[in-house]
Design a protein around this ligand. Structure first.
Ligand SMILES: [Cu+2]
Length: 70
């Protein structure tokens, strides 16, 4: 199963982590999401497109700044 490292801007607290976790978890094909406030990123396990990850945060205070395959 593919994992992606998603760099995220705008997270400031555990509430932000929860919001991003929920947004990514709701996407089709996503099996697991681990968001790190400290590292400002998320490890997304599943079959999901970069565009969908960006779209998931489009209406939030956060934004996807980079996505790389792990
Ligand atoms: Cu917050």
């Amino acid at each position: 199963m593919a994992k992606k490292l998603v760099s995220i801007e705008g997270m400031k607290c555990d509430g932000c982590v929860e919001n991003v976790t929920k947004a990514f978890s709701a996407l089709n094909g996503v099996n697991n999401v681990e968001v790190s406030l400290e590292n400002k990123n998320a490890i997304v396990d599943g079959d999901v497109a970069e565009a969908d990850l960006k779209a998931a945060l489009a209406d939030t205070h956060y934004s996807v700044v980079a996505v790389e395959n792990m």
